[in-house]
Design a protein around this ligand. Sequence first.
Ligand SMILES: Cc1cc2nc3c(=O)[nH]c(=O)nc-3n(C[C@H](O)[C@H](O)[C@H](O)COP(=O)(O)O)c2cc1C
Ligand code: PXP
Length: 200
Amino acid sequence: MADDRQGIFAAEDPFALLRNWLEEAGRSEPNDPVAMALATVDATGLPNVRTVLLKGIADGGLTFYTNYQSRKAGELDNSGKAAVLFHWKSLRRQVRARGTVSRQDPAASDAYFASRDLGSRLGAWASQQSRPLQDRATLEARVAEMAARFGENPPRPPHWGGYVLRPDCLEFWADGANRLHDRFEWVRDGDSWRVTRLNP
Ligand SMILES: Cc1cc2nc3c(=O)[nH]c(=O)nc-3n(C[C@H](O)[C@H](O)[C@H](O)COP(=O)(O)O)c2cc1C
Ligand code: PXP
């Protein structure tokens, strides 16, 4: 097959390509260029999807942070699998990735947590993410309680931290005229990647 993967699709590996596209999206998207839809499945196989922010790309993994007692955490821990999707409307491009997922090394989660602003650190203590909440005032009272308990230096809550998605398949898509889009799928093949152009 002729290798016609050039221009915006040229890269040595899919993570370098994703970084390039994120950099472009950072210049053109009005908000949250790192926002990605995170898909999981529940114990019955029913899918679930919500947005999270990508916070790092390293060692073949994509990192995001959340509450370890949330609905998504239950589904991630249970299945060990996930998929993510970026859609940058300004660029008319999308990337998807799927693979295995695991909790991040606690020291790395500590370091990221420490970098967040104080309000968000207290918020992570206060929010029982995905569980019912009686009213807004209850949440605000919990934030005040956590502020009184921890002051300026809250440690990372045991119920909050990172996940790392290690994709074995990523697809890069760019809009084309007449719906004849360009698509390249990268599939892990041992230590390297096999790239296939797909029909639009
Ligand atoms: C742009 C955007 C970014 C978000 N980023 C995160 C995130 O990084 N981590 C997180 O826990 N929730 C994030 N959320 C909230 C989630 O989409 C979701 O509502 C929440 O995590 C609860 O999901 P769950 O009940 O499936 O666990 C974000 C929402 C939006 C719209
Ligand atoms: C509930 C929640 N947790 C974590 C994050 C991750 O982003 P940050 O660490 O920048 O707050 C977000 C981003 O919207 C969020 O909404």
